[in-house]
Design a binder for this molecule. Sequence first.
Ligand code: NAD
Length: 360
Amino acid sequence: MNCRIGVISGDGIGPEIVREARKVLDRVAERYGHSFVYKELLLGGASIDVHGVPLTEETIEQAKACDAVLMGSIGGDAKTSPWYQLEPSRRPEAGLLGIRKALNLFANLRPAYLYEELRAACPLREDISAAGFDMLIMRELTGGLYFGARKTEEVDGVLTAVDTLSYNEHEIRRIAKRAFDIAMKRRKKVCSVDKANVLDSSRLWRRIVEEVAEDYPEVELSHMYVDNCAMQLVLHPAQFDVILTENMFGDILSDEASMVTGSIGMLSSASLNDTKFGLYEPSHGSAPDIAGQDRANPIATILSAAMMLRYTFDLDREADAVEAAVRQVLKEGFRTGDILSEGCTYTTTTQMGDLIADRI
Ligand code: NAD
């Protein structure tokens, strides 16, 4: 298969972790007979340094010409970096919001998986973590409360703020379809999370999700109120496969789910639109405190590359191979500093990439 992959190395540890993910992708290409052609794209601080702005039309057009984009992370230290002397719309993070919008990336996927070898880092009680968990949060990313009309005004002498939570059936249908498609590649369970006992937007959400479910008879659909879901994530996380939810609920639940894994350097993510295109990036930031020191954990980026193989290119076997290689390296006791524990072997960013690539 011939794949055009846009690469945003970005800032901080970005170039180091992306370099290792490319190493692993090159190994996949060699082993399975694919051709990956990379196109370097500028975003965030790296773009400000060259063009004075965090995102250019050229980057958007180049990204659109690719099948997928693999990203490291963007941004710097807000206290010391000159990028943060600029007005907010010209800072690195504005570039990321801009590219998500320009590429219409409405579906955000964040897996939360508990590796047996890293169970000690899980903050949950041992009898709960012993069951393990492997879930994926599918969050709607371009609608709902964060994008509705808002205002603050004085009403009868009282300061009053209004935010609007609105979803239409098309927005719900397209994200629900994405969730069911992905559930078909996993354990075939979707839990749709809403607040249908209170909100009209949630009642419509539930209705449309049920309609979409009719096209996926193999997938088991359940519904859960968001307050209950927040509890269940720490009480019985093993019950979840795909959690489908709207923007704000997903924002909160995906952070909760990722924190219960206990390992930020391990968490991948993907943002998809209604084609096969996706932007794949680790869930963590650019870690300026350890940039350039060969200390960053590249696994979240390598697993993001695996998601790209699975969801954009439908290369499930190759994605499985990358994920198995990561598990193998952990099983053999190799760890970067962030996940290091007694009895394990300290590994640099470069060594971790080599070890994973070697096991594919
Ligand atoms: P961060 O995730 O960069 O770092 C938090 C802590 O985790 C730091 O101690 C860091 O060293 C550590 N860490 C993060 N990733 C690691 C890895 N792969 N290996 C080892 N340790 C790792 O969060 P922050 O410090 O709040 O933000 C730093 C910058 O990143 C800011 O400019 C922020 O805006 C940006 N950011 C970017 C993205 C993105 O590109 N999508 C996301 C979040 C934050």
